[in-house]
Ligand binder design. Structure first.
Ligand code: SF4
Ligand code: SF4
Ligand code: SF4
Length: 323
């Protein structure tokens, strides 16, 4: 796949269809693949990587990239295409300045799940017939691929691209995902149990802002958390109230726009399952206003952006028996 992607990128650069390419290159470690822009065939040959760790969603980077001159080639996995569409809908990306090549999605790997097995000093990770061969400073280790799958891939909602100019490889299908299972477990808890669950999780937050910075729904040029007069600006939380507020505010800000791309949870250094907050909103919106998938298209009005006389009353929350 990597070879085919580089070949096609070089063709599009050579014939002038695009003047740069966004994909991934190696970061500090062999498993640390980071989004990168390439402008020449030489750069593509020497640095472009597509492997089991190229999980980062490059859609958000296109906000800044399409503000520049020229046209960029973007390789998008199925989940990334939902973010891309949503950003088009919000007029944050200039569609005419992007050539989209749809590429197969994961499942991608989570290095933290490998490290959680006590494997350290990791030099490289190779997938051989769904057994991971892990070269370390202390010798070779193995583990099943299935035990190191990223959470966002384990509950993937769709292998189908919702937008592309061309595809490399086969397109997939919308999946019968299990993504709301944990939300249902939380709903079935008592209010106190649920509060304890979230306090336990959110108390680990160090306010590094990685979740906000990576989120394709968080593209405000002036974020409320960057305003020192907001009372909730960027700093380590002073108390549990501030710890909660950052997440509650962000969850409300992205409600109805979150595509469930899973990037917030993927990048959280404290392994807080942030996507569960957003999935609760998605599940509620589906139940209260009808099935809706943010990013599935670029034209439909989001349920929270429209009003009809048939909309449920706030009291419905109590009628549903939610504590
Ligand atoms: S990425 Fe995690 S630790 Fe950082 S601000 Fe978000 S929730 Fe907190
Ligand atoms: S809140 Fe999380 S899952 Fe939703 S769009 Fe942002 S990064 Fe993706
Ligand atoms: S947290 Fe709210 S204000 Fe800040 S970038 Fe996200 S949506 Fe915008």
């Amino acid at each position: 796949m990597q070879e085919a992607m580089i070949k096609r990128a070089k063709e599009l650069l050579a014939d002038g269809s695009v003047d740069r390419v966004i994909g991934w290159k190696r970061g500090e470690f062999a498993y640390d693949m980071t989004p990168a822009v390439f402008t020449s065939a030489e750069e593509l040959d020497s640095e472009f990587i597509f492997d089991d760790f190229t999980s980062a969603n490059v859609s958000k980077y296109l906000v800044k990239e399409t503000a520049k001159e020229g046209k960029i080639l973007a390789f998008l996995k199925p989940c990334d295409t939902y973010s891309f569409n949503q950003l088009i809908k919000e007029h944050r990306i200039d569609r005419d300045k992007v050539y989209v090549i749809g590429i197969p999605g994961g499942p991608k790997l989570d290095i933290e799940k490998i490290k959680a097995k006590g494997i350290t000093g990791i030099l490289s990770v190779k997938n051989e017939d769904y057994t991971l061969k892990i070269e370390t400073l202390y010798g070779e280790e193995t583990m099943p691929f299935s035990e190191a799958i990223l959470d966002k891939c384990a509950s993937c909602k769709s292998k189908k691209h919702v937008v592309y100019d061309e595809l490399i490889g086969e397109d997939g299908d919308v999946l019968d995902s299990n993504r709301f299972d944990m939300v249902e477990k939380l709903e079935n808890m008592t209010a106190q149990e649920r509060f304890d669950f979230w306090r336990d999780q959110l108390s680990k937050c160090i306010r590094c802002n990685a979740c906000r910075n990576v989120c394709p729904a968080c593209t405000c040029e002036n974020c409320v958390f960057d305003n020192p007069k907001s009372g909730i600006d960027n700093k380590a939380p002073a108390d549990s109230f501030e710890e909660n507020m950052f997440h509650i505010i962000r969850a409300f800000h992205v409600a109805g726009r979150c595509t469930d791309c899973g990037e917030c949870s993927r990048v959280c250094p404290q392994h807080i399952p942030l996507h569960l907050l957003n999935r609760k909103f998605i599940k509620d919106i589906n139940e209260l206003y009808g099935e809706y998938q943010a990013g599935a298209d670029t034209t439909s009005r989001a349920p929270l952006n429209t009003y009809t006389k048939d909309d449920c009353e706030p009291s419905i929350v109590h009628e549903r028996g939610v504590e």
